[in-house]
Design a protein around this ligand. Structure first.
Ligand code: ZN
Length: 425
């Protein structure tokens, strides 16, 4: 089907609009999408440093050029601006037309000569690690004036769907190029290499999120040059190539709906602040835990904190206790139990590491607190932490002393969270 722009095939100006399925979905996914998109951009340029490919191509605002150049300089790479574009991402349409977006190539100094002189978009495809089959497919679609090759990707696909770029408008993608099909083996190989880079540089969690989103069920349709992409979390409308009849395809998948108020169960009014506090806590803990540690959170809410910690430390076993029955139900199966900390059922799990906020102990009767401290005495590592709300009552050292732990080694102090390790003296 001819879809090139001709006097009889009108093409709309670039546009993309999306809407979330609910306020909870927006609150939960929107910041995560941004985090994932930023992580992908970072991994794209790190892949050059790691030798996964010779070059990375990114669109940056003129104001980001200095950071990009310095980032490259400190890693022995070069940044070569190649051209200007009105688009924010390689194939995205999130920015208005203009010349303030600069396309840059991250490259090793020895490969610099292959980038310039710039003779059009296609000549560095190989350096960018784009598989030959995908480069051919690109030339046959975009190269001939198309503005979208999603339908061709789908029609080239046989069997199961593994890889796609359906959420590229949101910055969610696992490869930087448009794969020729949803099961292009070479694209899948590049995806795996990028995931290893992500893991190495601490973006494993964001890449897991990208994979989760890629696994959502999707319904795609197109008519008269307008695409509708519907997933359980959001609907995207964007420009495509003009077609006279309705085309559509569906991709099966799995979607886990964020539970309304899941962040409230953990004591936060919005998911963003919760994630930020959890992130700070995670980063101070993840390298302090012994291998294969059994980690228990006393007052675990729905277990989100430890579930994230396990993404960084897959070797650990996690569990927790909370008095909130609904939160524990949301934590799911495994070692998540409803109960009071002072009942000390959790000691049967023989934890190597316990996390607890000092406030839990000061809320108890002195007898219960004494009992709990006794149980904690046999745990090799006890981490105390406090979030912003309780830190207004005093710093963590002060709160820890009140809870009967006069000796702690401080690990992290931020306005959102403080963390310390209980020591004997
Ligand atoms: Zn391919």
């Amino acid at each position: 089907m001819a879809t090139t722009q001709t006097p009889t095939n009108p093409v709309l100006p670039d546009f993309t609009r999306w809407q979330w399925a609910s306020m909870d979905e927006r609150a939960w996914w929107s910041p995560l999408f941004m985090e994932a998109a930023n992580a992908f951009k970072e991994v794209e340029r790190l892949s050059v440093l790691e030798g996964v490919r010779e070059a990375a191509w990114q669109n940056v605002n003129t104001s980001e050029l200095i950071e990009a150049t310095q980032w490259a300089h400190y890693r022995g790479l070069l940044v070569v601006p190649t051209n200007t574009t009105g688009q924010a991402g390689s194939y995205s349409a999130q920015q208005s037309q203009g010349t303030d977006i600069v396309r840059i190539v991250y490259v090793r100094p020895e490969n610099y000569a292959k980038v310039l002189p710039w003779v059009g978009d296609h000549h560095i495809g190989e350096m960018l690690g784009f598989p030959p089959c995908c480069r051919v497919a690109f030339r046959e679609t975009w190269g001939k004036g198309q503005v979208d090759s999603t339908h061709e990707q789908f029609t080239n696909t046989t069997g199961l769907t593994y890889i796609h770029t359906l959420f590229r408008w949101m910055g969610i993608r696992t490869v930087p190029h448009m794969p020729c099909s949803h099961n292009c083996e070479q694209s899948i190989a590049l995806e795996k290499s990028l995931q290893m880079v992500a893991q190495k540089y601490g973006y494993g969690e964001q890449f897991r999120l990208i994979n989760e989103v890629q696994g959502w069920p999707v319904k795609w349709s197109r008519l008269f040059g307008i695409v509708e992409l519907v997933s359980p979390a959001l609907k995207i409308t964007t420009r495509s190539d003009w077609t006279p009849t309705l085309q559509k395809f569906e991709k099966a998948g799995r979607y886990i709906k964020p539970i309304a108020g899941i962040w409230e169960e953990n004591g936060y009014s919005n998911p963003e602040t919760m994630r930020e506090a959890h992130s700070t806590l995670l980063y101070s803990l993840k390298d302090s835990l012994p291998q294969n540690a059994r980690v228990v959170d006393l007052g675990c809410g729905n277990g989100l904190l430890l579930k994230r910690l396990r993404m960084h430390r897959p070797d650990i076993t996690i569990g927790g206790v909370d008095i909130n029955k609904t939160a524990i139900e949301h934590a799911g199966l495994g070692r998540w139990k409803v109960g009071k900390i002072q009942e000390c059922q959790w000691t049967t799990w023989k934890p190597d590491v316990v996390l607890v906020t000092p406030g839990r102990l000061t809320e108890m009767t002195p007898e219960d607190a004494e009992l709990t401290r006794g149980a904690l005495a046999s745990v090799p590592q006890v981490f105390l932490y406090s979030y912003a709300d309780t830190l207004t009552k005093g710093n963590l050292e002060h709160l820890a002393t009140q809870a009967g732990f006069p000796h702690i080694q401080m690990l992290t102090k931020t306005p959102l969270v403080s963390v310390g390790l209980v020591t004997k003296d």
